[in-house]
Design a protein around this ligand. Structure first.
Ligand code: ATP
Ligand code: MG
Ligand code: MG
Ligand code: MG
Length: 576
């Protein structure tokens, strides 16, 4: 590829709403362009990365025996009514009507459609096992679309669905997929962990998330450095022995943290005057799974004046909340309230409370929990003020860093991760709801045992950047870089020698199958280097008159601090 025939468009400044490095850098590198909240165009430079991610995923899925198909983005509601998800799923499911007023959904995943295909196509045990996958557009009306491609509303997912004759076979299909995922994530060249996740009704170790390790991750991972134990927070908590919280958490709950937010902060946040009397509160979370169940541990607390319109506030106010206000675990909320998707309130206070300037939020919360006789296990952590990040202890009731690990082989540590993949045994939930059966050897109908397997294709590049960047820009792993090598000729328009040498090298590398870009835009060296460092191409070769006189090119890896001289006759071999 030559830059003149491609599209390179970089920005000096990132837009103000870009909070994390990957969002800022993808915008500045011209990889994505925002169209609306959580809706992005994948620009040519970004699309190259996405296509490389797709190609690796496709290769490994095919190798693992999965078969590719494509299912519709817009799906008739009837199927979703059969599974019950049309009613049960919260506002994350985008429901639309056609001109005849018929209901449709825009797929957030495709269990219903694939089960419908299977019940028509799979008749006999002889056709099993089968695994269908697609790489397709998904839409989830996320409560908090943010961080660019990391949590988009429209995004690309690879979703696969396995069909088996019994649970034993389904577990084998699951293990096969988990192994394929390891190959896929190894190939991306990222640091990741496969962690046990909650497998709902099925139980056992039948759900794992693949988490790219990054400080900006929205998930918390509990692991043991001495063994291979790793689980997401909810799972680790579920496994932790019941009983009183560890002393460390209790101590934290009782000790006011310096710099804790006060009622003045709450009042400011909610835009209400101090001395407002609070009569009710709303609890909400942005952590929902595809079925609309609350999965996350970050629970937001809103304090409302008695006269406040609930409908107005329940979504609209959420984005304004500060991060880091961690209150109770989801398990506790569920136990106490039997919570509904996404919206857990309102909860009327038995005793109205008043916002008082110098009161700490913890104190306020005490009043509330006292008034309602609910033990929230307030952890004493503030609204994100002056807190070192990550402060994960506060999230957790039964698991803290330093606890013994469940396998007894060391102490637990906690870190943050970005969920880039998820494998899951579904059992017969969908096949029973939708009556998807096959005939066994005895000619008897049996429900299909299913599994589902997702990879966030467009989230993956964002996760890669969170893990690999510096102050100058992105540093792509070779496997998913938009270009592997960039050739930077200096003074190409003035020097016939430089032009000729660059063209020869370009053709040589292309001929050898290297994904190379020749920057023939005629930019000055400083601007040209800055562009490619921002875009994050891992290998750079500079061709200049001075170098050519010595018979050399200058090679620099994106992580190198200085260039290395490479004899021009060996550059091709050097890069390969
Ligand atoms: P999260 O916990 O981040 O909301 P999820 O558990 O809801 O993700 P799954 O239903 O497991 O997501 O979907 C499979 C994969 O799709 C996820 O592992 C993730 O990589 C990706 N994904 C999910 N939601 C989004 C999104 N809003 N934007 C980009 N990728 C997403
Ligand atoms: Mg999740
Ligand atoms: Mg989700
Ligand atoms: Mg998931």
């Amino acid at each position: 590829m030559k830059a003149s025939g491609f599209f390179v468009s970089t920005l000096k400044e990132a837009p103000a709403d870009a909070e994390v490095a990957s969002h800022r850098l993808m915008m500045r590198a011209g990889m994505i362009k925002k169209l609306g909240a959580g809706i992005y165009s994948y620009m040519p430079m970004g699309l190259r990365v996405i296509r490389k991610v797709e190609a690796i995923v496709r290769e490994e899925m095919d190798r693992a025996g999965a078969v590719e198909l494509t299912m519709p983005v817009v799906q008739p509601a009837e199927l979703w009514q059969e599974s019950g998800r049309f009613e049960k799923m919260g506002p994350e499911l985008l429901r639309i009507k056609d001109r005849h007023e018929r209901d449709y959904v825009v797929q957030p995943t495709s269990e219903e459609v694939v089960t419908d295909i299977a019940r028509q196509e799979i008749r006999s045990y002889k056709q099993l096992p089968k695994n269908f996958y697609q790489i397709q557009t998904k839409f989830r009306d996320e409560r908090r679309p943010r961080f660019g491609l990391m949590r988009g509303r429209e995004f690309t997912m690879k979703d696969a669905y396995s069909f088996d004759r019994d649970l034993t076979a389904a577990k084998a299909s699951y293990q096969n997929m988990a192994a394929a995922y390891r190959r896929i994530f190894d190939r991306f060249g990222l640091t990741y962990r496969a962690v046990a996740a909650d497998s709902g009704a099925i139980g056992g170790d039948l759900s794992e998330e693949f988490q790219v390790i990054a400080a900006t991750g929205e998930d918390a991972i509990v692991y043991c450095p001495e063994s291979d134990y790793a689980a997401n927070l909810e799972k680790a908590e579920a496994l932790a022995p019941a009983g009183p919280r560890p002393a460390a958490v209790d101590a934290l709950a009782k000790t006011p943290t310096p710099g804790k937010s006060t009622c003045a902060d709450v009042a400011e946040l909610l835009g209400v005057p101090l001395a407002t009397t609070v009569k009710s509160l709303v609890l909400a979370t942005d952590k929902l799974d595809a079925a609309g169940n609350i999965t996350g541990v970050q629970v937001w607390l809103l304090l409302l004046r008695g006269d406040h319109d609930m409908n107005e506030i329940k979504v609209g106010k959420l984005p304004g909340l500060r991060e880091g206000f961690r209150f109770a675990t989801v398990g506790e909320i569920e136990d106490h309230f039997g919570c509904k998707p996404g919206y857990l309130g309102p909860l009327n206070l038995k005793k109205p409370v008043k916002l008082v300037a110098d009161r700490e939020v913890a104190v306020l919360a005490d009043w509330i929990t006292g008034a309602n006789e609910v033990d929230f296990h307030m952890t004493g952590v503030n609204w994100g003020r002056d807190l070192p990040e990550p402060d994960l202890v506060a999230d957790i009731r039964n698991v803290v860093a330093g606890d013994p690990s469940p396998d007894g082989r060391g102490l637990l540590a906690i870190e943050r991760g970005i969920e880039v993949g998820h494998v899951f045994v579904l059992g017969t939930k969908y096949s029973k709801d939708m009556n998807a059966t096959f005939l066994d050897e005895g000619g008897k109908p049996q429900y299909l045992e299913m599994g589902c397997y997702g990879i966030g294709i467009t989230r993956l590049p964002a996760a890669a950047i969170e893990q690999n960047h510096d102050e100058r820009g992105i540093i792509w792993p070779d496997a998913i870089a938009p270009f592997t090598v960039v050739l930077c000729p200096i003074g190409m328009d003035r020097s016939a020698d430089v032009k000729a040498a660059a063209e020869v090298l370009y053709e040589e590398l292309r001929g050898a199958g290297v994904d190379v870009l020749l920057d023939d835009r005629g930019e000055r060296p400083g601007a040209m280097f800055a562009d490619w460092e921002l875009i994050g191409v891992p290998h750079r070769l500079v061709i200049s008159d001075r170098g050519l006189k010595e018979g050399q090119f200058e090679y620099q890896h994106r992580r190198d601090t200085a260039a290395t001289k490479v004899p021009s006759t060996e550059a091709g071999a050097f890069i390969r």
